[in-house]
Design a protein. Structure first.
Length: 210
């Protein structure tokens, strides 16, 4: 599992995460922080994109430089909280396509229930990064990746801000080929499936529906 899970300890990410966790952080600031953290995390999560050389003309003459080697990307947020990360990642990669998977958690069973999904038509030619701020029980992440795998993308990564050990264990067991990127691994889940200490309900805090 160690080779599959990457915890991003960059000082800027950790600083913004502290403010994100604070209970007094309002919806506007919370949305901005989620987007900023997603941008910084995307920078790290795409570090392994392959490069190829190309020749260009600068104002001073010819130069042999590097560009990304034809790798196409798609971002797939898990609705609704994952939407908060989309703007941040598209800041770095505006040409990426965006799919959506709608899952909600049954509060009695804690199991995910699918209500919507739509993926790019050419997803089989793309590397997919699944977005969800929280990896709690892991049920939604596992189900979302199950759905995406039916379309046979080139590769899948999962990017969250805070993860619980239980969620990491469930995701890495179900999908050992999927790399997981997070900014923090917290202590545990509570009896109703929320991450402790976490930050509460990310969707409610992003959209101000507390």
């Amino acid at each position: 599992m160690e080779n599959q899970v990457f915890v991003m300890d960059h000082p800027l990410i950790q600083h913004k995460l502290t403010h994100l966790r604070k209970k007094e952080t309002g919806a506007k600031e919370f949305r901005e922080l989620v987007s900023e953290i997603a941008t910084l995390m995307c920078y790290e999560a795409t570090r392994d994109l392959p490069l190829e050389e190309t020749e260009i003309e600068t104002p001073m003459g010819k130069a042999v430089t590097k560009v990304i080697a034809g790798r196409k990307l798609a971002f797939v947020p898990i609705l609704r909280a994952g939407l908060g990360m989309v703007e941040g990642v598209l800041t770095l990669i505006p040409a990426a396509k965006v799919g959506h998977i709608g899952l909600y958690r049954d509060h009695q069973t804690l199991q995910p229930v699918e209500y919507y999904h739509k993926l790019p038509q050419d997803i089989e030619s793309r590397e997919v990064i699944v977005l969800d701020p929280m990896l709690a029980t892991g049920g939604s992440a596992v189900d979302a990746i199950d759905i995406i795998k039916r379309s046979h993308p080139k590769a899948i990564k999962f990017m969250c801000i805070i993860a619980a050990p239980e969620g990491i264990a469930a995701l890495t067991k179900a999908h050992p080929d999927v790399q997981v990127y997070c900014a923090a691994v917290d202590e545990r889940l509570n009896e109703i499936g929320y991450i402790v200490p976490g930050l509460g309900d990310a969707g409610d805090r992003i959209f101000g529906t507390l």
